[in-house]
Design a protein around this ligand. Structure first.
Ligand code: CA
Ligand code: CA
Length: 393
């Protein structure tokens, strides 16, 4: 049995905001206005604009009617307007891009009818698997956290079908790969094999993956290791799958801490995503720091991410956490691949981060160290960069 480090109340799954003791909660304070009489330094003189210069064409602000879904939860999906989803759909309505979700496993979500694959169960420890054995070809989720992968997949890919919610790429195909036990914890060796299998590499004793993915959503971090740096085994796996064209998109974790100590959030070649609120600020639970590439809506207590869920009351849940921020970036990445299927990992990362919406006042948090990457995910602007590019066709 591996030693458990830093377990406390944490889970490998990036769930909930109640994990940070109230005494440590970071309060957001407004940035004070400058006192009277204090002026900002004079700006350098800008050369006069040549009168002949064409006026800058304003970006369209209206959304074509066909881009507005009729799914009943859509009016409560505040996270989608935050990332300009409807404007993006006008340019890229979605396509059958394969996405791997490494998480709690397979749930037959009606939102993903015909588009969800029961991948493989990589939980090797029968004491934590809840299904009586170790690894096996049935990835069905077991236990109280089984909904986690379902919600993550639905944020990425829920159908535009007039029921429940709508996902960011309503035509994506999702391969559900089980790596979290019934305790919500993730073993690094299971995670390493699952990542390689997800992209189509062969793993001894496991049948070949008929649906290899270039996008891997990891709304989790590995347990049983110290949270002080990227685990070298996980880094090695990420490096090899990156050379095969895959992108790992990870949640930053929910400890209100520097994400650099977490795996995969703190690893190289990972697109690490933290949470912002509807207002574009960092909720106290959300990890931060230089390892974070960008932010996406992850919600907060009382204002979570509305999602369809077969086991939720009334068929829905409203969770919050960086678990639910990362799949926004994964969904948008899949929209980019729907229009430019051969985009490299570096260009995918570049388009997603360069297009991000600046944080209010230029920062997600008044504390300078608590950074959230380049800005908040902007589906519309990212798709525009991809469409304008000659790369990846
Ligand atoms: Ca099993
Ligand atoms: Ca739906």
């Amino acid at each position: 049995m591996p030693r458990r480090f830093g377990r406390r109340l944490r889970l490998g799954l990036l769930l909930g905001v109640a994990l940070l003791p109230a005494s440590q909660a970071i309060k957001l304070v407004p940035i004070p206005a400058l006192p009277p009489g204090v002026t900002t330094p004079a700006l350098p003189e800008i050369p006069p604009v040549t009168p002949a210069a064409p006026a800058i064409k304003p970006l369209p602000t209206t959304v074509p009617a066909q881009s507005i879904p009729t799914d009943p939860l859509y009016p409560r999906q505040w996270n989608l307007p935050v990332i300009h989803a409807a404007q993006a759909w006008a340019l890229a309505p979605g396509g059958p891009v394969t996405v791997a979700v490494l998480d709690t496993g397979y749930v037959n979500s009606p939102e993903l009818s015909g588009r969800v694959v029961n991948g493989h169960d990589f939980v090797s420890d029968p004491a934590r698997s809840g299904d009586g054995d170790g690894r096996d070809p049935d990835a069905t989720g077991v236990g109280e956290y089984a909904y986690h992968a379902e919600v993550v997949a639905n944020i990425i890919a829920a159908g535009r079908d007039g029921r429940g919610m709508v996902g960011i790429n309503p035509q994506a195909k999702v391969v559900q790969i089980r790596v979290a036990g019934t305790d919500g914890l993730v073993d690094p060796t299971d995670l390493v094999d699952a990542m390689k299998w997800a992209v189509g590499m062969s793993i001894p004793g496991v049948p070949a993956n008929p649906n290899p993915a270039r996008l891997l959503n990891l709304s989790l971090y590995a347990d049983f290791i110290p949270l002080t740096r990227c685990d070298p085994r996980i880094q090695a796996a990420i490096d090899v799958i990156t050379t095969k064209g895959a992108v790992v998109i990870a949640g930053a974790a929910n400890d209100g801490a520097d994400s650099a100590g977490y795996s995969p959030a703190g690893c190289r070649n990972v697109l690490t995503v933290t949470s912002v609120t509807e207002a574009g600020t960092r909720p106290a639970y959300a990890n931060w720091g230089r390892a974070v590439a960008l932010a996406a809506p992850g919600g907060e207590q009382g204002h979570g991410i509305v999602s369809s869920s077969v086991t939720g009351g009334g068929g829905e849940r409203t969770p919050n956490g960086t678990s639910f921020a990362a799949p926004h970036a994964t969904g948008v990445a899949s929209l980019l691949l729907s229009v430019r299927p051969r985009l490299s990992p570096a260009l995918l990362r570049s388009y997603l981060t360069r297009s991000a919406i600046p944080f209010p006042g230029g920062r997600c948090d008044p504390e300078p160290a608590h950074t959230c990457g380049r800005g908040t995910l902007n589906a519309e602007a990212a798709v525009k960069l991809a469409v304008a590019s000659s790369a990846g066709k």
